[in-house]
Ligand binder design. Structure first.
Ligand code: XMP
Length: 509
């Protein structure tokens, strides 16, 4: 069994854990410290690999939530660069599919590996046109191709330096194909690096048998790859990204367009995934798109998990109501405390090979370890990233009264809102056309809150990972897999259920 897999669970441990976590969540527990076996809590040396879906492995167990105030391309790029994954939300108006597709394309084009469709120019184009394209696209190298996309040469910024445009064509300044090192067929980043070192080149165009352009590898992108050793990448070295679709309306068309754009995993995300709506949606997606990597949710019970497993999904999102921007439990009195939900769903999924994503309720870094022990293969976070630079939305300044000095200061805020908040729903509908009755009929299950603007989500991810490594050390393990094995060997020996006063001592600061 690979280190990224959740260990199997023996029946006595299953019974003990289910009993212990009934009606509880993360803040109801501490973990008993064990004899530490690692000398340095070095995140670079501790194996944290896990799976987010049947075929997708992550080196860091963190996924940013598909919320329209959390994950768009900038967040997804940071998450994938740091070894996790971002799921682009579907908070765009119904029928308005291209904006979401563009976000996926931006992530896939973030150049770390083989550039599948590099910017190109015709040999007969004026050099001024090439210079304008370089400025517009902010790339320093254009691939020169003829009308049948056969490679003719490369044109770099340096070829245009001090050149006056009059009458000059791209062909006059480019390095022609016969002076280039060219590779026939696709290539791995490792092989490209070997050729670049051997031939002392910085750019390697890829062509097919007929000489048509397949892609371009640049030394700069390979260097970037090296600096991000844990990044989540596809076979071509591009960053991976997921995208959410609904279960009604335009979801099939949306799925088709997202797949065309190269999305790595689709997430059918609805508040109550154990439903006839979900049943139909999974069936339709499978019928139309075969074995596309597919996560579905949310569920919070063993029955809900089995329901999704029976329908052949590749990953399951667990969490009914623990989310920071969520009011489901208050408005409906339905939900499952996240500790119990994770254990119940884990026991139901045991041996299925389908990963679980612990979605919501991780407010402090320490809860990450509990979510990963109770049942999450990885953890989805929304409010933990709220207010960071990578979240969409404007910064607004609000006046805040400082109690010590009674002075008012302007503090920058960003908005976090639940995807089922009235504000988010209203934005998704085309308000011009929306039937007013339709808006009135909505029972919101989320809220909008202002969060102080802060730095990059990258810092938060790195801090969380450091703290997770510390948890592994306290747990007497050397890797995430080992921590889970130790926990599930005897949950009753690891979990300390807190009294009201010990909870205050632990978490009320
Ligand atoms: P955290 O606690 O990390 O949770 O902010 C993120 C998750 O919260 C869920 N979510 C909602 N749940 N109503 C809900 O019932 C909502 O409006 C809402 N918006 C987000 C979602 O599962 C997300 O990943």
């Amino acid at each position: 069994m690979g280190s990224e897999e959740f260990p199997r669970i023996e029946p006595p441990a299953a019974r003990a854990a289910a009993e212990l976590v009934r009606g509880t969540t993360f803040d109801d527990f501490l973990l008993t410290p064990q004899r530490s076996v690692i000398v340095r809590r070095d995140p670079a040396a501790i194996d944290l690999s896990c799976r987010v879906s049947r075929r997708l492995t992550l080196r860091r167990p963190i996924v940013s939530a598909n919320m329209d105030t959390v994950t768009r391309a900038p967040m997804a790029i940071v998450q994938a660069e740091e070894g996790g994954l971002g799921i682009i939300d579907r908070g765009f108006r119904s029928g308005d599919i291209q904006p979401q597709v563009r976000e996926v394309e931006i992530v896939k084009r973030t150049q770390h590996g083989v550039i599948g469709d590099p910017y190109s120019v015709a040999p007969s184009a004026p050099v001024d046109e090439a210079a304008a394209l370089m400025a517009r696209s902010r790339v320093g190298t254009l691939v020169v191709v003829d009308e049948r996309r056969r490679l003719q040469g490369l044109l770099t910024e340096r070829d245009l330096r001090f050149v006056r445009g009059e009458g000059l064509r791209v062909a006059d300044r480019m390095t022609p194909r016969d002076r280039l090192v060219v590779h026939e067929g696709q290539i791995s980043p490792e092989e490209a690096e070997r050729i670049m070192v051997e031939r002392k080149i910085k750019k390697l165009p890829l062509v097919d048998r007929e000489g048509r352009l397949l892609g371009l590898v640049t030394a700069r992108d390979l260097v970037k790859q090296r600096r991000l050793p844990f990044a989540t990448r596809d076979e071509q070295g591009r960053l991976r990204v997921g995208a959410a679709i609904g279960a009604t309306g335009d979801y099939l068309e949306r799925a088709g367009e997202l797949i065309k754009a190269g999305v790595d995993v689709l997430v059918i995300d609805i508040a109550h995934g154990h439903s006839v709506v979900m049943d139909r949606a999974i069936g339709e997606v499978r019928k139309r798109f075969g074995d596309v990597e597919l996560i579905a949710g949310n569920v919070g019970t063993a029955e809900g998990t089995k329901f999704l497993l029976d329908r052949g999904v590749d990953g399951i999102k667990v969490g009914i109501g623990p989310g920071g921007g969520c009011t489901t439990r208050m408005t409906t009195s339905f939900g499952v405390p996240q500790g119990q939900a994770l254990v119940d769903c884990r026991l139901a999924a045991d041996g299925s090979g389908v990963p679980l994503i612990a979605d919501g309720g991780v407010k402090r870094h320490g809860a990450l370890a509990l979510a990963l022990l109770f049942g999450g293969d990885c953890v989805m976070l929304g409010s933990a990233f709220a207010g960071t630079e990578e979240t969409p939305g404007e910064v607004v300044h609000k006046s805040v009264l400082l109690p010590e000095s009674q002075k008012t200061v302007k503090v920058p805020f960003k908005v976090l809102r639940g995807m089922a908040s009235l504000e988010a729903i209203r934005d998704r509908l085309d308000v011009e056309d929306a039937d007013l009755v339709e808006l009135d009929a909505i029972g919101a299950e989320g809220m909008e809150i202002s969060v102080p603007a802060r730095g990059s989500a990258r810092t938060i991810v790195r801090d969380m990972i450091k703290h997770l490594c510390s948890s592994i050390s306290y747990g007497g393990a050397g890797s995430l897999r080992e921590l889970r094995e130790k926990f599930w060997a005897s949950p009753a020996d690891c979990l300390i259920k807190l009294s009201a006063s010990s909870r205050r001592e632990s978490y009320d600061r």
